[in-house]
Design a protein around this ligand. Sequence first.
Ligand code: ADP
Ligand code: MG
Length: 704
Amino acid sequence: MASYLDNDIKYLGGVGEARAKLLAGELGIRTLGDLLYYFPFRWIDRTRLYRIADITEASGETFVQIRARVTAKQFLGAGRGQRFSVAVSDGSGSAELVWFRGLKWIEKRIEAGREYVFFGRPHFFHGEFGMVHPEVEGLEAAAGKPAGALQGVYGTTEKLTNAHLETKGISNLVASAWRLAEGSVTETLPRRVIDEQGLMGLRDALFNIHFPQSPALLKAAEYRLKFEELFGVQLDILSKRSHRLTRENGFMFPRVGDNFNMFWSEKLPFPLTGAQKKVIKEIRADTVSGRQMNRLLQGDVGSGKTLVALVAMLLAADNGFQSCMMAPTEILARQHFASVSRMTEGLGVKVAILTGASKAAERKEALEGAASGEADILIGTHALIEDRVGFANLGLVIIDEQHRFGVEQRARLWTKNSQPPHILVMTATPIPRTLAMTLYGDLDVSVIDELPPGRQPIQTFHKTDADRLAVWGFLKREIAKGRQVYVVYPLIKESEKMDYKDLYDGFESITRDFPRPEYQVIAVHGKMKAEDKQLAMREFKERQAQIMVATSVIEVGVDVPNATVMVIESAERFGLSQLHQLRGRVGRGGEQSYCVLMSGEKLSKEARQRLGAMVATNDGFELAELDMRLRGSGDIAGTQQSGLAFDLRIADLGRDQQIIELTRRVAGEILDADPLLERPENVLLRVLKERFAPKTPKDFSNIS
Ligand code: ADP
Ligand code: MG
C-alpha cells in the first residue's frame, strides 16, 4: 500500500538531490517516513539556564544555555579567516562567543550592553569556556517558552554538518516533513493493544518524540515507540519459534550407547556438578523430542561448559551422527581438541581438527573424515564454515563463546545437512534470560549456575604504579610456592602499534625484574604465528616458565590450573566483561588465586566504578548487569557481532528489559490464539512483524 510517507525525501523543501543523497548515505533516510522515524537521541531542557562559572570541561555538558550581557563585540582577522567575536558576562564569569559564517547578519542582531539567551555546545580553549555559533534569543522570546520545553538532539555526522545538517537543521527538516505528512500517519498497533496497554497513539507519539510538549508527553511517546519496536521483535522471534516447534524435523538421539556409558563410568575425571547434570538432562530431552534443539548454554568462566558439550557430542556419536564444535580462536580450538582427544581416548570416537593454520595433512584428514563420516567429532575455528567442509551426517553443532560469531557465520553451519542439526551455543557472558532470547533470537536458555567444588573465590585488588614494587614482591612469593603468573597488556585495535610497544616494554621490564636463570618469562601476542603461540602455551602449561606476558589473546581458552595470579596492566582500558573473562583464567585449581588490576592514579568515574565492581564481586551475572547499566546494550560485549539483525532505533536492550518482558508476554498470548496472525484484528501485527524480521540471506530465512 503506497503511502504519502513513502515519498522521496528529495522533494521536501530544503532538501534536493545533494542533501537527499547525503541523508540516505549517512543515515539511511530516504523517505518522509524514514525521517519521521529518525528520533532524537536526547532532549535538552531549553528553560534551564547555566551559570558560566559552573560550566567546566570536567562537568561534561553537551549543550548549555546561558543568559548573559554583551560586554564587547568585534570583527577579528580578515578575508576567509575573518570571524566575529562577542564577549559576554553573567556576573559569575565571562565567555567568548565566535561566529565564522553569517558575520554581518549576526553583528547587526547583537547590541553591546544588552542581555540575551545563548544556547550551544560548550567549547574550551585553554580551559576557558566559550561557544561557536550559539543560537541567540532576545529575553522576550526566551521568556515565551513554556516551562519544561524540550528540544530534541539528533545524531549527525561530519558530512551532514558540512551540509548544514547539524541537529537544528535536521530538526527543521523533521518539522516540515511533519507538516506535510502528519495526516498520513496511520496507527500501526491494533486498537485493543493500545487500550489494554494504555499506549499513546502513533501520531501523538511521533509528534512528541520530535517536539515534546512536556516531559510527561515525551515519556509517554518514548514508551509507545519502544513498545512498538520490541513488540515487533518479539512477534517475529516467537512466530519463528512456534514454527520450529511445530515442524517435526529434529534428529533423534534416543540411544545411550557405548561411548556415553564408557565415558561416564571410566573417563569422567570428576563428579559432575548438579548444574552440569541438569543441563545434560535438558539436552537429552531436546534431542529425543523430534524437534530441532536451539539452546543457549550460559555459564560463568570455569563452570565446566566444555564437559557438557563433550557429553552431548558422545550422545550424537552413539546415534550415528557427527558433531562439530566451533571456537573463536586457534588457541581455544587446539585446546578443545587436546582435551576432547584425551578424554575420549579408548572410546570408539574419532576426533579431528580444522583451523586456518591446519597443515595439509591435518586438513586432509579433517575434510575427508567429515565428508566420509569417519570423523565423529570435528573441532575447529571459522575454517569449519567454509563451503568445502561437508559432512556425511552432521547432527549437532556446538559453538563456543558464541557472541564472537555473527549470526550469518553461525547459520552457515546449520545448512551442512539436509535438515538443520541440533544447536548448542555456549557463552560465558551472562546476560539476563529475556535479553538473551531477544539478542539471539529463538533460543531456549540453560544456565550453569554452580562452579565445580573446591574452587576458592579469586581475590581481586586494585593497585597503581606506586604499588608496583609490592606487587612484584607478591608475584615472587607466589612463584616461590611453585605457582605461575600471567601479566596481560591491553590490545585495542585503534592503536595497535602503541599496544605492542606496551607489551614489549612490559616484557623488557619484567625480564629485568625477574632475571634468568631464576625466572623464565614467555611472551604471547596476536601477531605471533599460530604454531609459535601453541608452543609458548604448551611450554607454560608444562611449567617451563613461571611468567606469561601476553596481550589479551589469552582472554579465552587458557586452562593452566597451576596459574594463580592474573596481573592486568592498564586495567582501566578493558571493559568489564573482558576483565571478568581474563580473571577467569586463574582460580582453576584448588589453590587460592588472585587478580591484580593495575592502573594509573587518574581515572574516569566510569573506570573507577568498573574496577571497584571487579574488586567487590566475582559474580559474572552481577558484573554483566552493571556493565549494561554503565554502557547501554549497544556495547554489551559482542552485541555488535551478535548480528542483531533488526535495527532498534529507540529501545535499548540493556535498559528496557521490563518492556521486553511485557511485549514478549503480550506477543505470546496473541500468537497462541492466532499463530499465523490471520485474524482480521491482527492484520496490523503481521505488518509489524515483517518490519522487524531480520534481513538475513535467503538460505537462513527460517533460522534465527
Ligand atoms: P568453561 O565453562 O569456562 O568453558 P571449562 O569447561 O574450561 O569451563 O572448565 C574449567 C575447568 O574446570 C577445566 O579445567 C575442567 O576440567 C574443570 N571442570 C569441569 N567440570 C568440573 C567438575 N564437575 N568438577 C571439577 N572440575 C571440573
Ligand atoms: Mg570454555
